[in-house]
Design a protein around this ligand. Structure first.
Ligand code: PHE
Length: 375
């Protein structure tokens, strides 16, 4: 009899467990990806912080579809192969509803086909290479693209800095740097400028003197460098060591607190195109900078701002879709019409938002907002 009682209790427990499992999940899992370690670790750190802030704010307001958002954040280490691995893990193991990521174009280009094949909607906060959203209709981004960014840099060098001769240096193993260098060159030549040297270097280079010597032989009035901040800082240092005092212009990959730490005085008289300026006075920027600073005691860079924006765009789309179904979220994403920190987001037919760029000057070791350029 005792035995029988135990059996009933065990059966009841098993039944309760089954019912418990069958209940709809009480949370929505959102995947996040960024390079928290590796060659551009400040990118991942900022991205994780910006995205976490957005998720916390939604959760404090009651979540999405009445459920709390659980952020599952993975480190892609700035490496395409690692990126593919973590995208697969987030989709197959964690079963995330959607993904915000990743940061570097070369890594996003490895992850996006996996999300597309699994029909998991994703939005890259910061990958500016044109090819990223061409992967398919589940792939969006929260930033402008490099054909625009390169043209803005070229116009700034030509019209504002009055440079007629430019030297270009870039990482040949980095899709972003390579594409942006091409876009700058095209834009500068179309304006009537002359590219006196166009020098690619292998990934991982730390001594750029050979390329810089060739560039300086052409007597450029500006050097355009489309790499990430670690390279940019070393290139600026070595160019100064070789006697170059003129301006160096670059793209959003310059944005890191480590740029000045590594480059020191050499990065003064440098300028770069970016997505937002933390010293802008719009209400959206002020509120975001205040909230971020209260949480992390630091000023958010463009990566943090775009991760925050991308998180908001995605969570807004899930709410609008009123569903966690990938196809429905994708359609809601495509219909986005939202004010965010970095501007207003509406997607074109290639799932790219049309947004303005800002030009940042590095002056006395500080980032100073210079101007805004509209598309
Ligand atoms: N745009 C860069 C890329 O596509 C990433 C990046 C964005 C880096 C913004 C810094 C700031 O690879």
């Amino acid at each position: 009899m005792k035995m029988f009682g135990k059996l009933i209790a065990a059966t009841a427990l098993a039944a309760a467990l089954i019912v418990g499992c069958a209940k709809a999940p009480t949370e929505i899992k959102l995947g996040g990806v960024g390079p928290v370690t590796g060659e551009a670790a400040t990118f991942g750190d900022s991205t994780k912080k910006g995205l976490s802030l957005a998720v916390d704010e939604w959760n404090a307001k009651g979540g999405v579809l009445g459920k709390q958002i659980k952020l599952v954040f993975a480190d892609d280490k700035g490496d395409p192969a690692e990126g593919a691995t973590v995208y697969t893990k987030l989709i197959q193991q964690d079963k995330v509803t959607a993904i915000v990521g990743t940061v570097m174009s070369k890594v996003t280009l490895a992850g996006a086909p996996i999300a597309q094949a699994a029909k998991v909607p994703m939005i890259s906060p910061t990958s500016t290479n044109e090819k990223v959203t061409q992967v398919g209709d589940y792939i969006f981004r929260a930033c402008f693209i490099d054909p625009f960014q390169g043209t803005v840099g070229a116009k700034f060098a030509f019209a504002d800095l009055k440079a007629k001769k430019a030297g270009v240096i870039f990482d040949v193993g980095n899709d972003y740097a390579k594409g942006l260098a091409e876009n700058f060159k095209k834009g500068f030549e179309e304006l009537g400028g002359n590219v006196v040297a166009y020098e690619g270097h292998p990934s991982g280079t730390t001594d750029f003197k050979a390329q810089l010597t060739k560039i300086l032989a052409g007597k450029p009035e500006v050097i355009y460098c489309s790499d990430y901040y670690n390279d940019d800082a070393l290139i600026a240092k070595q160019a100064r060591e070789l006697g170059y005092k003129g301006p160096i212009v670059g793209g959003d990959g310059w944005d890191s607190a480590d740029l000045v730490k590594i480059g020191g005085d050499a990065v003064n008289n440098c300028f770069f195109t970016n997505h937002y300026a933390p010293d802008a006075t719009t209400a959206a920027v002020k509120t975001f900078v205040g909230g971020y600073n209260a949480k992390y005691s630091s000023t958010p860079d463009a990566l943090a701002a775009l991760a925050y924006d991308a998180g908001n765009i995605m969570l807004n789309a899930i709410a609008k879709a009123n569903s966690t179904d990938g196809a429905k979220i994708k359609d809601a994403l495509a219909a986005t019409d939202l004010d965010v920190v970095s501007g207003h987001v509406k997607f074109d037919e290639n799932r790219n938002p049309i947004k303005s760029a800002v030009i940042i000057e590095i002056k006395d070791g500080k980032q100073v907002y210079r101007t805004t350029v509209n598309p």
